[in-house]
Each structure stands twice: as C-alpha cells, then as structure tokens.
Design a binder for this molecule. Structure first.
Ligand code: VGL
Ligand code: ZN
Length: 208
C-alpha cells in the first residue's frame, strides 16, 4: 500500500493566513496532481487543530512576541501567532486542495499544554495520535510526505514515521512543500536525508 501524507495544507499556513509560509499556496496544484496521478492507494491529511488557549500562542505569554522563544510546560517553545484555531477559517484546508480525495484526516495540537508538530505524536513524544496505528492497519509499506511547513511539521512527521513505522519506506517530496525559514528548510532536509528519508521531487513520482 502506497500512501500520500499531506501535512497541514491549511489556510493558516498559506498567504493571508495567521502563520503564513512563504509561497505555501504554490504547492497546491502540485499536490492535487500527486493526489490524482501519483498512483497512491491512500491519501491522508493532517490538520493543525488548536484550542484558542493553546500554549504555543505568544498571546498566552505576557511580554512575549511571535517568533521569540518562550517556555511551555517547562520546555523551550517557539512562540507562534495565534493560528489554526479549531472551527475557524484559518484551520480549514486551503479551498483549492482536492479534499474529496482524502481518506483519513489526523487532527493534532489539541492539548493546550504541549505543541504537536508531528502528525504522529506530541513534541514530548508522550501522547500519540492515531495515525501510526491507522497506517499499520491499512498495511502501508510506502509513505510519501509533503506540505507545510518543511522545517516544522513536515520534518517532525517524517522523522516520527521512520521511528514509529520502521518497515515503511518514507520519502519527502521537496517541490510539494514549503518552509518558514530558508535556513531551517536546508537543515530540515539535511536531517531528514541523514536519518533515512528519501528526498524526491513530484516529477520522480509523476513520470514513474
Ligand atoms: C506548524 C508551527 C506551528 C506547521 C504548526 O504546520 O509546520 N508550524 N504549528
Ligand atoms: Zn500549530
């Protein structure tokens, strides 16, 4: 079983959203082509899904500004603008994404006391989402990931996939992803590659 995992392709991470990733919307035509012609058996999407009082929001930390480091539950935490609040337009998938094709949606980041960059588990790795079990139950053997943002949620999801699904071949689709910080993106790709994630482009899939 070949699965495509779409990370956080939500309004909040696209231009006009609350935590816009530069060119975040540019990936959508590529992602839709992958969904339609990529030969996948299963399409899965994650959704950053925060309560309005989420502890990663700078607004919950008096004196802190977005993109400064702060603390959450005693651990270093990037302070984010309020984003992807449950039931708001910011948390919805981008309207151009072919959501009809999605077989399973994994929401994450619901616990206000901990952030969850990965679609598989919280940042402290204590609580898991249902995603690894779902992919195991579907007997997925190949998992390709893409989406937003490369240097946060995509990277952590890819590394958790390697660790939690050791028999699954994991690949990152570079041109179907965008990141927040160019330096962070370079480091993220180097780290994914060093740990065993295949780095590919949509062309490698669409011409296969
Ligand atoms: C993300 C920062 C905060 C992401 C989510 O989807 O990469 N980044 N929440
Ligand atoms: Zn978030």
């Amino acid at each position: 079983m070949k699965a495509l995992l779409l990370i956080d392709i939500q309004n909040g991470f696209c231009p006009g959203g609350n935590l816009p990733v530069p060119e975040g919307d540019k990936i959508i035509p590529i992602v839709n082509r992958l969904i339609e012609d990529g030969g996948y058996d299963l399409i899965v999407a994650s959704q950053d899904w925060h309560p309005e009082n989420h502890g990663s929001f700078a607004s919950r930390h008096p004196g802190k500004k977005p993109f400064e480091m702060g603390e959450l539950s005693g651990q270093p935490q990037m302070m984010w603008p309020d984003h992807c609040v449950q039931e708001t337009a910011d948390a919805e998938f981008h309207p151009d994404l072919n959501t009809d094709a999605i077989d399973f949606i994994q929401q994450k980041g619901e616990n206000p006391a901990i952030d969850s960059y990965s679609a598989f588990r919280d940042n402290d790795q204590a609580a898991v989402t249902g995603l690894a079990n779902y992919l195991r139950a579907q007997q997925v053997t190949e998992l390709d990931l893409c989406g937003l943002a490369t240097d946060y949620c995509v990277k952590f999801s890819a590394l958790d996939a390697l660790e939690m699904l050791p028999d699954v071949k994991v690949r990152f689709i570079k041109d179907a992803s965008r990141g927040i910080d160019p330096k962070g993106v370079k480091q993220a790709i180097a780290e994914m590659e060093a740990k065993g994630v295949g780095i590919i482009s949509s062309r490698d899939i669409l011409r296969a």
